[in-house]
Design a protein around this ligand. Structure first.
Ligand code: ADP
Ligand code: MG
Length: 333
């Protein structure tokens, strides 16, 4: 029988291969990044890792976390947990996941502290708008919908971990908080994989982990009336920033800008300011608070912010002037 001689690999060849591998792909600390469309926006992750073998699974885990949260909390999917809640909770209490229960509690907490400006039940009125098709409700429809707005109509029961809507017509939409929450959770997923320097940004919500290796991250706040321009530049490390602006989804009719941030007391787009950015430790709160402070405007917004000592805000008013809460030092030249 003819036996093929095993191919002999010399020690030297192995050493050379390892050296090549380490120098080209896997074993070099550097910045890695990736992008994906999730939650209706472009999600971008940038991180510093020891090598690609650490970076790639970390990025995948962070993106998977955002996709998972979107699947549970989107109102654009009929099978999401939130859509199920909207369909059934006015008939009987609906038991929900611990994660959604906790997020609803936090949303209600921000509702109370902003005296109703941030309100996930705004959706009863919100659903009557279509910003792409320039559709808005008439006075009568709006008046009717407003009777179902108010987070006090969400009855949460800890024991059974269930939610009951106190009347028909109530519905929730987590559009003002879920993206920030997802970004925060995705950041935690990176941390669990030993990442110490990273940026996750999803539309108006960004979370910075650590600094940019020895220097802060730099981020621009868009000029709401000239989106190519920055109205302010910030230096940030280890914090989140969320911006709510009237330029994201809107249409103009008779000189009035109808946009996606509604004042829950009127059901109309808030005209108080053109943009609010909130900076602080948790992206869930910066997201919700940016939306709430947008509704409140500069004076009431600054007062409300006193209840959130770890958070700062930058308002841009309708004349284009900047109003900063207290930590002005964060603004770069
Ligand atoms: P985005 O980053 O998607 O532009 P924002 O954080 O600025 O979102 O919040 C706007 C979104 O929040 C809206 O698209 C809507 O889903 C929701 N929303 C609008 N008005 C309110 C409100 N008063 N309270 C809570 N959520 C709101
Ligand atoms: Mg928000």
């Amino acid at each position: 029988m003819w036996v093929k001689k095993p191919h002999r690999v010399s020690c030297c060849t192995v050493c050379l291969a390892v050296l090549w591998f380490s120098q080209t792909t896997a074993l070099r600390a550097e910045w890695f990044n990736d992008e994906r469309t999730l939650m209706g926006t472009q999600v971008r992750i940038e991180l510093w890792a020891d090598n690609a073998l650490q970076a790639r699974p970390a990025i995948s885990a962070a993106l998977a976390e955002i996709a998972r949260i979107d699947a549970a909390m989107s109102v654009y999917r009929d099978d999401s947990e939130v859509s199920q809640l909207n369909q059934h909770a006015a008939k009987a209490p609906v038991r929900i996941s611990a994660e959604l229960f906790e997020l609803l509690e936090r949303a209600i907490g921000v509702f109370e502290l902003t005296e109703g400006a941030f309100d996930i039940t705004y959706a009863a009125a919100g659903v009557l708008y279509d910003f792409r098709d320039a559709q808005r409700p008439d006075e009568q429809a709006l008046g009717q919908a407003l009777q179902s707005v108010g987070s006090q109509r969400l009855l949460l029961d800890h024991g059974s971990r269930s939610v009951f809507f106190s009347q028909p017509g109530v519905r929730i939409d987590l559009g003002g908080i879920a993206k920030g929450y997802a970004v925060e959770r995705a950041t935690a997923a990176l941390q669990r994989r030993g990442i110490h320097h990273a940026l996750i940004t999803a539309g108006g919500d960004s979370r910075f982990l650590g600094d940019r290796r020895g220097r802060p991250w730099r981020i621009g706040i868009r000029d709401p009336r000239n989106l190519e321009r920055s109205a302010a530049l910030l230096s940030i490390a280890d914090e989140a920033i969320s911006t709510s602006g009237d330029y994201e989804r809107f249409f103009v009719e008779d000189g009035i800008r109808y946009h996606h941030i509604l004042d829950p007391t009127t059901g109309r787009s808030s005209q108080a300011v053109t943009s609010v950015s909130v900076i602080g430790p948790d992206a869930t709160i910066t997201d919700a608070l940016a939306t709430g402070l947008f509704v409140l405007g500069v004076t009431k917004g600054k007062n409300t912010l006193k209840k959130f000592p770890a958070y700062d805000a930058i308002f841009i008013d309708r004349q284009g002037s900047l109003h900063v809460s207290k930590n002005v030092s964060k603004l770069s030249d």
